[in-house]
Design a protein around this ligand. Structure first.
Ligand code: ZN
Length: 257
């Protein structure tokens, strides 16, 4: 990441996202020459770890490729743990510009930073039971593309999702779950209804995949994201993680090369 020069960052900021980024202020700092970030980049020159070598992915496709390369290392048992050094921590301390945003389940076996072999400052990560969304979650997903030039959003479902399995059973048996758990069930109702139209050998797995695709489709229709998608500055990918193999399978929305 040390090779991400200030001119690159500034050129990026003056792109189409700058106006949107100005709407929200928060933990994403402005990038100006002379900031501590620039000093680190030009001065102490932290040594990027191997996988972080090269420019920060600045398009949906390059972000997608970076993630899938990381997943291949994870599957092969050869993670490089990039961007996890003290130098990297210092490099991103003043400003973060994660290249991807991952919406995934709370499942303890699906940690996005490990699954995609990434490090500090690489990903925005939103995790909810069954990766269901509500306005606050959608706002969190939109935060990266609107403020930090994040160009890829991945909705990551996974094999044997307990939340989807519980929701499937609750809806099938018409037995609401107690308290707030029912709100997750209700968020999964559209996927249940889609799957119920046909016979499936594994209806829960079909529901996981349907829900993942539906969530991605809903995000693509977001009023904040759809203009960025039309300009191809952002892509929303739906994907499925295998607990057995560690592999991320793309379900839809892979950005064009
Ligand atoms: Zn899950």
């Amino acid at each position: 990441m040390g090779s991400v020069s200030v001119p690159q960052r500034r050129a990026f900021l003056v792109g189409g996202l700058a106006a949107s980024a100005a709407v929200i202020t928060g933990c994403s700092a402005k990038s100006e020459a002379g900031t501590p970030v620039a000093k680190v980049a030009a001065g102490s020159a932290p040594t990027p770890s191997p996988a972080a070598a090269g420019a920060r992915p600045d398009s949906p496709r390059t972000a997608f490729d970076r993630l899938m390369e990381g997943n291949t290392r994870w599957v092969d048992g050869k993670p490089q743990h990039p961007d996890q050094t003290p130098e990297r921590r210092t490099f991103v301390a003043e400003e973060q510009k994660p290249y991807s945003a991952i919406l995934s389940c709370i499942d303890s076996r699906v940690p996005p930073e490990l699954v995609f072999d990434t490090g500090i400052g690489d990903l925005f990560v939103m995790r909810t039971g069954g990766h269901v969304v509500a306005p606050v979650v959608t706002g969190s997903v939109e935060y990266g593309p609107l403020t930090a030039g994040t160009s890829l959003i991945v909705v990551l479902g996974h094999q044997r999702c307990g939340a989807v399995k519980a929701a499937y059973k609750a809806l099938k048996d018409n037995q609401p779950l107690p308290g707030n758990l029912q709100s997750i069930v209700e968020a999964l109702r559209p996927a249940y209804q889609e799957v119920s139209k046909q016979k499936h050998a594994d209806p829960v797995d079909a529901m996981i995949r349907a829900h993942t695709r539906q969530t991605a489709a809903d995000l693509r229709r977001s009023s904040n994201l759809s203009p960025l998608l039309r300009k191809r500055e952002v892509a929303v990918v739906s994907a499925y993680y295998s607990l057995d193999t560690g592999r991320v399978e793309v379900l839809g929305g892979a950005p064009a090369a």
